[in-house]
Each structure stands twice: as C-alpha cells, then as structure tokens.
Design a protein around this ligand. Structure first.
Ligand code: FAD
Ligand code: DLZ
Ligand code: SF4
Length: 516
C-alpha cells in the first residue's frame, strides 16, 4: 500500500495538501530535478540556483521529519529529464498503489500529469492547491457571474473571505476598501531605504551555485552575492524583517523608482511565496498584525495585502480561466522582435538600463519597473507579446507561467484586448519623471517631445495612441488623451510619429535562441 507523492519545485510547503493526513510509513515523496524544467526557457542563473537549493533543503527537512524521500538530482546518470519519465521510473522502483499530487502551477505540467494514469495504470489523485486563498473552480464561478473581470471586486470578496482588515460589522477597516489615493508618492531625497535580509549560502547552496555556474553559466544573469531565502525558516525571517523595516513606507512609495536603489520599500518575498516557503495567508496575516499593533499604517498594510490576496490570487484565477488560448493572444497585432538591449542593458535610456541591471544582478525588478518601464516600452514599441512573455519568464526569480503570463499578456501588453485590465498601462516620459530620479541623469531630455535628444517614451506614447486609435478612442479612461491629440497641430502630430519611427529603426532585434 505505498503511496507515491511527487512534490514539484514550487510546492515546498510542509502543510502541502498531498503531505497531510498520510501515513508516512507507507509513503514515498518523490522530488525531481529535471532538464525539462531547468531549460523549457533559459532561466536566469539565480532562479535555477534558488529552486534547486530550496528543493534540496526541503527534501532534507522532510527526511528529518520522518518522510522517505526519493530525490533525483539533475546530474543523476539515469535521469530521464522529465517529470513524466521520473514518475514512471519511480513507479517501477517503489511499486506504489497510487500517486497523490497537488495540482501544478502550470498548464504544461498539468497536461503531463493528465497522462500519468494512462502510462502507469494506477490511480492518480490530483488535489487542489489550497495554499491559494481562492480555488480554481471558485474563481471560475466568480468570473461566470459577471460580464467583465474587475480585480477590485474580486479583492473585496477575498477580504470578506479571509476577514483581513475587516470590522465585525462586515465593513472594511478604515471605511474604505482601497487606499491607493494615499499611495504613489514620488521619491524624495534623503529617504533611508532598507535592504532585504541577505542569507549567506550554506554548504548545500554553495554546491548548487557551483553546479549552476558550470552547467548554466551561459544563461542570463549573475550568481554573485546570492542571498535569497532557501528555507521556510529563512523566509519567515525575511518576512519579519520586511514588516519591521519596510512595510510602514510600502504604500507611500510603492510606485517610486530611484537610481541604484533596487528594492526601495518592496518586500522581495515573491520568490519565497511562489516556491511555497511562505503561504499567502501567513504573509497577509503578518501585515495585518502590524496594523493591529500600530506598527504600520493602514495605507501601507491595505496596499500590501491587496497585492497578495487581490492581484496574486486574481492573476492565478485568470490564468486557469484563460489558458491555453491566452498564451497566444495578440490583440494589438504587435510584431516587432524583442530588442537586443533587454538582454545586454546597453541603452541610453537610464530607466530601462537601471531596470535591466537590477534584473541581471538580482533576478528582480519591482512592480513599477516591470510595468511602467520594461513592459510599457515593449508595448509602445509594438514588441510581439510572446517575446515579451518569454523574456519575463526567463529573467525573474519569481517567474512561473501562472503569474508571469497574466501580468505580461494581460496587464502590461494589453494583448488580451482588455480582459484583465480595462485600460492599457501606457505612459510617456512624464510619468517616469514624476515617479523617479532617473530622468535628471539620463542622456535624453524628458521635457523634449521629438527629435534625437527627446525622451523616446514621449514620441512612442503618442505614436502608440495614434496606431491604436480605433481600439482606444472610445475607452472612457483614454478619452482625455485623444482630446489632447485632436487639439494638436497636425505638424506636431506628424513630428511625433516620424520621431517614433526614427527611434524604432535604431532598435536591434535580439539574437534568436536567447529565451528558448
Ligand atoms: P511587493 O511589491 O513587495 O508586493 C508584495 C507581493 O504581492 C509580491 O511578493 C507578490 O507576491 C504580490 N504581487 C504584487 N503584485 C502582483 C501582481 N501583479 N501579480 C501577482 N502577485 C503580485 N510576480 C510574480 O510573482 N512573478 C512574475 O513572474 C511576475 N511577473 C510580472 C510581470 C509583469 C510585466 C508585471 C507588471 C508584474 C509581474 N509580477 C510578477 C508582479 C509583481 O511585479 C511582482 O510580484 C513583484 O514585483 C515582486 O516583488 P516584491 O515581492 O518585492 O513585491
Ligand atoms: C522552474 C523550475 C526549475 C528551473 N527546475 C525545476 C526542477 O528541476 N524540478 C522541479 O520540480 N521544478 C522545477 N522548477 C519549477 C517547475 O517548473 C514548477 O514546479 C512547475 O512548472 C509547476 O508549476
Ligand atoms: Fe527614461 Fe526618458 Fe527619463 Fe531617460 S528621459 S530616464 S528614457 S523616461
């Protein structure tokens, strides 16, 4: 009566559904390092190191906890290179009577799991992943009950469901659901930015770092100064550190960007959350507790909790609702290949260069860098959304398709035609100038609208609006911009368009094969 329990690389949670209510003496946990996963895109070196190190630490903890763990290393001589191949080999080794697994995060892996019963003939129980606050079916039911998806209403339901920041009378703490109006303050000089905790690599992590350097050294990104949490214990310390040092200012400076400051008041908890070292509920509860004790203000705590129980859950529901079609949508008909400088950082646009440097060094850029700099530029320039999605999937330590794809395709590229977000997140240089200190040091002039010295975002922005006039002119939230466009002198409009065209001509396409 042996049960085989495969635990995937992003299921590193002691309370995982498949590990609950099981007689350990009759179970074998299977963990697999496989080439399919390490290379389905050419992941950032730091991301591979993080996942392999966290997997090895988790296996060690499970063994300490009395589990039998069959751990297949990537360099094992007979490793087949795929989850399916390794599960079938494990079935031959252990002769289990059933397989029990938590649903995977990605469509690609779900398709593979769906084939296991046919291949080995024993029952395969797929359990829902209850680390998420909203189940996949629950989201589908919610989505079916409305004409358009609105994160704000979903978020309110999640507040009610969890009781987070809710009063006994069912009203939101502070009287409002969303305090974004108090947030989004530009950075000012003299702010003290906290650093995330750095966890010096132990022997296990050092071995992984050497292995990754030798096997994946040609992939994008740096391994130096690796300090991410790789165990639940470390992740909880990182969470406590964030709550104490950065959360109070998280909301206020959530959208700020500062040259040389890679984290500002962001938590950098997404890699640990997405691996399962932390659960979303424990993170949100820790933030709510800081509000209850008066250690963090409501605008910060509400803003932070909204990201976790609102956006994070919403994009996951959207992913399973819209897959597999959403992977290939291209509502704006964008066809340009990804520019080469996304890989090299070799551009005079300081906002882009900074975001790419941060990405290369830490496998991190914060939300506004991803959305309003890197994503915004790609959308304005008309880059093929699938190229953009591949890039984002490669470069971030927190990137798994269930969370990356909706954010790229839906939120940042508007490639789903507005299913996830009603308005494209497009902005010119003025937005970046308001929210950052980049422009004052940039070789381009953010105040200039056209010509070789003008900030490229300016002409690209108007060119984007002109190119997609038929689609957006009647969008309620964009009417004002079209009214401004209409008022413009035709010669000025033409100058914008030719300036954009001249700039776009200078973009070198990325060499083929960088991402896949
Ligand atoms: P914080 O600013 O401290 O926010 C706290 C937490 O909220 C994050 O750790 C994250 O778990 C959650 N969160 C915030 N915004 C989102 C969001 N839009 N979607 C899902 N969760 C969110 N997030 C990923 O986890 N993986 C990705 O691959 C990813 N790709 C993105 C691509 C684009 C184009 C954009 C615009 C956003 C993407 N995000 C992604 C969302 C967000 O940018 C990151 O979660 C965040 O930057 C992680 O850093 P942090 O932990 O410091 O976040
Ligand atoms: C991303 C990743 C990488 C790089 N390597 C592995 C691995 O070797 N073994 C593993 O179990 N998981 C890995 N992962 C994470 C998986 O891609 C992820 O668990 C699935 O895609 C399901 O979301
Ligand atoms: Fe970016 Fe334009 Fe500002 Fe330069 S001037 S940093 S390109 S927004």
């Amino acid at each position: 009566m042996t049960i085989l329990i495969p635990v995937l690389g992003d299921q590193l949670t002691q309370s995982l559904a498949s590990l609950r209510d099981v007689d350990r003496s009759n179970a074998v946990v299977l963990m697999m390092e496989v080439a399919d996963e390490t290379t389905y895109v050419r992941h950032h070196q730091r991301k591979i190191a993080l996942i392999l190190s966290a997997m090895r630490h988790f296996a060690h903890e499970l063994r300490d906890d009395g589990w039998t763990v069959d751990y297949v290393r990537l360099d094992a001589a007979d490793n087949t290179g795929s989850f399916t191949g390794e599960v079938m080999r494990a079935v031959s080794r252990h002769r289990p009577t059933s397989i029990r697994i938590v649903e995977p995060g990605e469509w690609r892996v779900k398709t593979a799991i769906d084939g296991w019963h046919g291949l080995c003939g024993i029952p395969v129980d797929v359990l829902s992943d209850d680390r998420f606050i909203c189940g996949i079916l629950e989201f589908q039911t919610w989505a079916q009950s409305r004409n358009e998806l609105m994160m704000e209403y979903f978020y309110r339901d999640m507040r009610r469901k969890t009781g987070l920041l809710m009063k006994a009378d069912g009203k939101p703490e502070g009287g409002q659901w969303n305090l974004d109006k108090e947030n989004r303050v530009p950075p000012r000089r003299g702010l003290n930015y906290p650093e995330p905790l750095h966890f010096a690599p132990d022997e296990m992590t050092t071995e992984v770092l050497d292995f990754v350097a030798s096997r994946f050294g040609g992939h994008f990104g740096r391994l130096e100064k690796f300090g991410l949490p790789v165990t639940a214990l470390q992740a909880r310390r990182a969470l406590a550190h964030f709550i104490q040092s950065a959360l109070p200012d998280f909301g206020t400076y959530q959208d700020a960007m500062v040259t040389g400051q890679d984290w500002l008041y962001h938590s950098w908890l997404s890699p640990a959350l997405n691996l399962g070292l932390l659960t979303p509920l424990e993170v949100a509860q820790a933030a709510a507790a800081a509000y209850a004790t008066g250690d963090a203000p409501l605008n910060a705590v509400e803003g932070f909790i909204r990201q976790i129980i609102g956006w994070r859950e919403y994009v996951r529901g959207y992913y399973w609702l819209e897959m597999p079609e959403v992977a290939n949508v291209n509502a704006l008909g964008a066809t340009r290949p990804l520019p080469e400088f996304y890989w090299t950082g070799d551009t005079d646009m300081l906002c882009m260069a900074e975001a790419i440097r941060n990405t290369r060094d830490h496998a991190y850029a914060h939300h506004i860098q991803r959305l309003m700099v890197l994503g915004n530029f790609a959308m304005l320039a008309g880059v093929r959304p699938q190229d953009v999605a591949d890039w984002f999937l490669v470069v971030y330590a927190d990137a798994y398709e269930w969370v990356e794809l909706p954010n790229v395709i839906g939120m940042s590229q508007h490639a789903d035609g507005g299913r996830l977000a009603t308005k494209p997140y497009a902005g010119g240089g003025a937005y970046i100038n308001r929210m950052s200190d980049h422009c004052e040091q940039c070789r381009y002039d953010v105040k200039r609208k056209t010509g070789p010295d003008a900030c490229p975002f300016n002409a690209l922005y108007w060119d984007f609006l002109a190119r997609h006039e038929r689609r957006f002119r009647r969008n309620r939230r964009m009417m004002q911009m079209y009214a401004n466009w209409d008022r413009m002198d035709p010669a000025k409009r033409e100058a914008y368009r030719s300036s954009a065209a001249a700039f776009l001509q200078t973009l070198e396409p990325a060499a083929a094969g960088w991402a896949r």
